[in-house]
Design a protein around this ligand. Structure first.
Ligand code: F6R
Length: 241
């Protein structure tokens, strides 16, 4: 595991953007596993700037996102498909059909699971998986206690996560109670993993993930078992290491 210490959010975003840019330059048909949330927005902005300058080409890139709220369609402003279109896909030259986000409107979890696993496999696996980390140590929407061996699943969101994500919704009641997410097994199959973390509210989860026991109680702790993980954190996020 490689730890890269950044000064603040901007520095974290630049350092992480360098790693993603290198991946795109070295393998222009890379499969990128992507995340939403506050952590990667700065990184996405930098990728867009580099695309606008002519330094990055997304025309051959394929993407698979980690997760989506169950019940939200892509035109819902809080859906993760909407987020990805807004912050990245609509701003670079990636063919939209090369981008994949779980279908939040699929009501049948069995079908949603089978469909997304098929997509990931058809892409030939993930070259670089980008992750954030929840205050409770979740990655994707794999909440504490989720078994490691699932490839894709429908989860009940914990109160911690609903509380943390309510900032994006009109009220806590509007936050969906369930989500579809890539499981730990699919995340661990990625060739490389890049986790970005900023802020003191991530410090404890990050310390447990890096130095604590590997346990489903801290889903990100599983990353200790992957052979190519880079964590870029700012000073506040690394303050408890
Ligand atoms: C989002 C995702 C989540 C977030 C995590 C951190 O696609 O999978 O695991 O990465 O909840 O969220 P932020 O970055 O908003 O603190």
């Amino acid at each position: 595991m490689r730890l890269i210490k950044a000064i603040d959010y901007g520095d974290m975003s630049r350092k992480a953007a360098n790693i993603v840019s290198a991946q795109i330059l070295m393998k222009p048909d890379s499969v990128l596993g992507l995340a939403t949330g506050s952590s990667p927005i700065g990184l996405y902005n930098i990728l867009v700037e580099r695309y606008e300058k002519g330094d990055l080409d997304f025309s051959g890139i394929r993407t698979v996102n980690l997760d989506e709220y169950k019940g939200l369609g892509g035109d819902h402003p809080q859906s993760y498909r909407y987020f990805m279109n807004k912050y990245l896909f609509n701003r670079v030259n990636i063919p939209i059909e090369n981008t994949h986000v779980p279908n939040g409107l699929e009501e049948d979890p069995e079908k949603a699971i089978a469909d997304y696993i098929k997509i990931i496999r058809s892409l030939g696996g993930i070259d670089l998986q980008l992750l954030g980390i929840g205050n409770n140590g979740h990655i994707g929407f794999n909440e504490p206690g989720t078994p490691f061996e699932l490839e894709f699943l429908c989860v009940d969101l914990t109160d911690d996560t609903i509380e943390a994500n309510k900032r994006f919704f009109a009220s806590k009641e509007d936050v969906p109670r369930q989500a579809y997410t890539m499981g730990i097994k699919a995340i661990m199959h990625a060739k490389k993993i890049l986790l970005v973390a900023s802020g003191e509210n991530k410090a404890e989860a990050l310390a447990k993930a890096i130095y604590g026991p590997v346990t489903p109680d801290v889903p990100a702790s599983v990353l200790q078992l992957h052979n190519d993980v880079t964590i870029v954190g700012d000073e506040a996020a690394f303050s408890k290491l």
